[in-house]
Ligand binder design. Structure first.
Ligand SMILES: C[S@@+](CC[C@H](N)C(=O)[O-])C[C@H]1O[C@@H](n2cnc3c(N)ncnc32)[C@H](O)[C@@H]1O
Length: 295
């Protein structure tokens, strides 16, 4: 990667397809991609409403650049996408020869109310690997208490807990969360990234996000002692997310995982058993989902 514009531990301003195609050797142990879903979100310099064929071709191009130029032979490739293009992502991945390990549904517990049809409360998280046999899967890092442990007091329960199923329930990052930045319209929860990064990479591995946005992947990767590369087309988002990253690295920003956050732990101890309140949630006086993109 010498002389490459893509070096670890940086959020880079630029267009991901060109940058990734210029790589001379694969850089990433793990790629997490959360592209614009082509549903009309308001980004500051990307038009999120393209004709079907244009979006399909563009998706094929960035997926190819990720799979063939950026991903190491034993690497993992996660893609977040909405219902509108989930089938297309699966087909493109098949054409690229990627190995599907899981088609995870992220069920979010904070959605929009509807009157004429059932409310959308999920997104798709595709989990591919380049190689069907060689990949990182740190099962112990993501185990959780099983029902045998929590509900049935079953002595046969594995004391290490169980692996999560392929439906994940995490709240979206709503306006009242400390985690929420108000200069980007569409922010992944750090908890989703935490699980993906913990299971699909190890300390010191390189995690790449070609659509870095508010910098969630880079911040979470850095907090988990991974190296990170973010690519983002908007210079404004790059500047703001570099500040978010600096705050994360300096411990100035509460994270979602209070066990790793001294400030939140202090708060929890202070309120003791009197309060069940989540220290990661604050109440804002006003909030709009698409606040102006200034930071
Ligand atoms: C869905 S958002 C990513 C959100 C991110 N996962 C987060 O948690 O903040 C998609 C991002 O891709 C950026 N983008 C669009 N086209 C791009 C391209 N060709 N190269 C790099 N970034 C691009 C947009 O500006 C937007 O910030």
């Amino acid at each position: 990667m010498e002389n490459s514009p893509i070096q670890p531990d940086a959020i880079i301003a630029g267009e991901c397809i060109g940058l990734l195609n210029a790589l001379r050797e694969p850089a990433a142990d793990l790629i997490f991609a959360d592209p614009p879903f082509n549903i009309g979100y308001k980004y500051d310099c990307y038009e999120d409403r393209k004709a079907y064929d244009e979006y399909f071709d563009w998706t094929s191009q960035w997926m190819r650049a990720c799979a063939e130029k950026a991903l190491k032979p034993a690497g993992s490739f996660w893609i977040a996408i909405g219902d509108e293009y989930a089938a297309e992502v699966r087909i493109i991945a098949r054409r690229l020869g990627l190995n599907l390990r899981n088609w995870v549904i992220w069920h979010y517990t904070f959605g929009q109310a509807t009157k004429l049809k059932f409310a959308r409360s999920h997104a798709h998280l595709f989990y591919f690997t380049k190689d069907a046999r060689k990949f990182t899967f740190n099962d112990t890092a993501v185990r959780m208490p099983s029902a045998r442990q929590t509900t049935y007091a079953d002595r046969r329960a594995n004391p290490a807990g169980k692996l999560p199923d392929d439906v994940w329930s995490f709240s979206r990052v709503c306006g009242t969360f400390n985690e929420r930045v108000d200069w980007h319209p569409c922010q992944m929860p750090e908890k989703v990234l935490e699980r993906i990064i913990k299971v699909s990479s190890s300390d010191g591995d390189v995690v790449l996000d070609p659509f870095s946005g508010s910098g969630t992947t880079c911040c979470t990767a850095a907090r988990l002692k991974r190296r990170y590369i973010g690519i983002e087309i908007s210079e404004n988002y790059v500047e703001c997310s570099r500040q978010r990253l600096a705050d994360t690295l300096a411990g100035r920003r509460p994270t979602t995982d209070i066990s790793e956050n001294p400030e939140a732990l202090r708060h929890k101890r202070a309120v003791g058993k009197k309060s069940e309140s989540d220290p990661n949630i604050r109440v804002r006086k006003s909030h709009t989902e698409s606040d102006a993109a200034t930071c």
